[in-house]
Design a protein around this ligand. Structure first.
Ligand code: WQD
Length: 337
């Protein structure tokens, strides 16, 4: 079975390609290399021994998307990662986000209508919940008004898919990620933030290596046990495995509805200070940090109720926060060596 993975050279995409190949799927990756590097293909090959078919394709170019599907008439499923994902950037450049995250989705779905079957896995985000009223968060929690154009593109993307599935042959699973962290245990692939990392864990590992002077902790006056914000940090390999399970669910036609939604998290909340502590434990070194003001747009707490993913999807995250931090640290040291 041939599976198209868009954004397959990205952080979560590359780990998912590895897990797909571990399960015997044939993969074709499209990526426009705007936020990654071709070296990731080598990393994947070093893990699986497979030189993955790759096409440098910008999904914003409709004719090129049409041409791709003319040449690939045997796509059994699509896992769609390709999107811009920096919350802060999206506030300053909304049209880039609406074009890149929505036009591309529309062109993909249009072309899939010509394929023998249309099984679609969508990379969504817990961002759609904003600050949920009830924690841990279930899939039927209300969708809050998006706090950024990025978050809005995930909400609108889910609606586009849902409306399309109602009247076409498309079957879809929406996967709402919490906070993906870590790297493949081989340290052959991992997160490659470009510039100053916006996310907590790569900033911690870069600080640990001395690339950053100190970590700024955005606020310690939240109504949480230690005052710092709480998130659900999930190992990227656990997340990748969930995608393969979700895809098989669609391919085996086990889905109970045309569109199903699952929260992908560990079900455990960890504060910023707890993440720092986990890093210090696995690295054996103190992390220099200072407490500063809250970051605009941050929620107090977000972690998943994983009952549906555990019981319906049959998936459960296996790695601990420390194991994820250890893999992130090993990766950081490897790429800077
Ligand atoms: C985590 C916590 C920060 C950096 C983002 C995206 C979301 C999803 C997951 C894609 C927060 C604190 C961070 C720093 C800090 N991605 N922090 N100092 O914001 O929860 O979610 O990743 O779908 O869409 O928004 O992740 O890693 O930026 O922040 O104190 O230098 O760490 O305030 O509490 P976030 P994050």
């Amino acid at each position: 079975m041939k599976i198209l993975v868009t954004g397959g050279l990205g952080f979560i995409g590359s780990h998912t390609v590895v897990e797909l190949q571990n399960q015997g799927f044939e993969v074709v990756i499209v990526d426009n290399l705007s936020n990654t590097s071709l070296n990731v293909l080598d990393g994947i090959a070093n893990i699986t021994g497979i030189n993955t078919a790759f096409e440098n394709l910008d999904l914003r170019e409709k004719e090129k998307v049409q041409d791709f599907f003319k040449r690939h008439r045997d796509i059994s499923g699509v896992i769609h990662f390709a999107a811009s994902k920096a919350v802060g950037e999206s506030v300053g450049n909304p049209l880039l986000y609406y074009e890149n995250n929505l036009n591309t989705l529309i062109y993909l779905l249009q072309e899939l209508q010509q394929q023998p079957e249309s099984n679609f896995i969508f990379s969504s985000s817990c961002t759609v919940y904003g600050q949920a009223e009830k924690i841990p968060i279930t899939e039927d929690a209300s969708i809050q008004t998006a706090m950024s154009p990025y978050g809005n593109t995930k909400q609108i993307g889910e609606e586009i898919i849902t409306d399309t599935a109602k009247v076409t042959n498309t079957n879809a699973i929406l996967l709402r990620y919490f906070n993906p962290i870590g790297a493949h245990p081989t340290a052959e692939i991992g997160e490659l933030p470009i510039g100053v990392p916006q996310n907590l864990v790569p900033f911690i590992t870069q600080t640990g290596l001395g690339l950053r002077q100190e970590l700024s902790v955005y606020g310690d006056d939240y109504p949480t046990p230690d005052g710092t914000a709480v998130r659900d940090y999930i190992h990227v390999v656990d997340l990748a495995k969930a995608h393969v399970i979700a895809l098989k669910r669609l391919l085996d036609k086990k889905n109970l509805a045309k569109v199903e939604t699952f929260n992908l998290g560990t079900g455990t909340g960890s504060s910023v200070l707890e993440v720092i502590c986990a890093f210090e434990k696995v690295s054996g070194q103190k992390l220099p940090y200072k407490i500063v003001g809250r970051r605009e747009g941050d929620v107090t707490s977000a972690y998943a109720n994983t009952d549906k993913a555990n019981n319906v999807l049959g998936w459960k995250a296996e790695s601990t926060l420390e194991q994820a931090m250890e893999s992130a640290w090993k990766w950081e040291q490897k790429i800077r060596s």
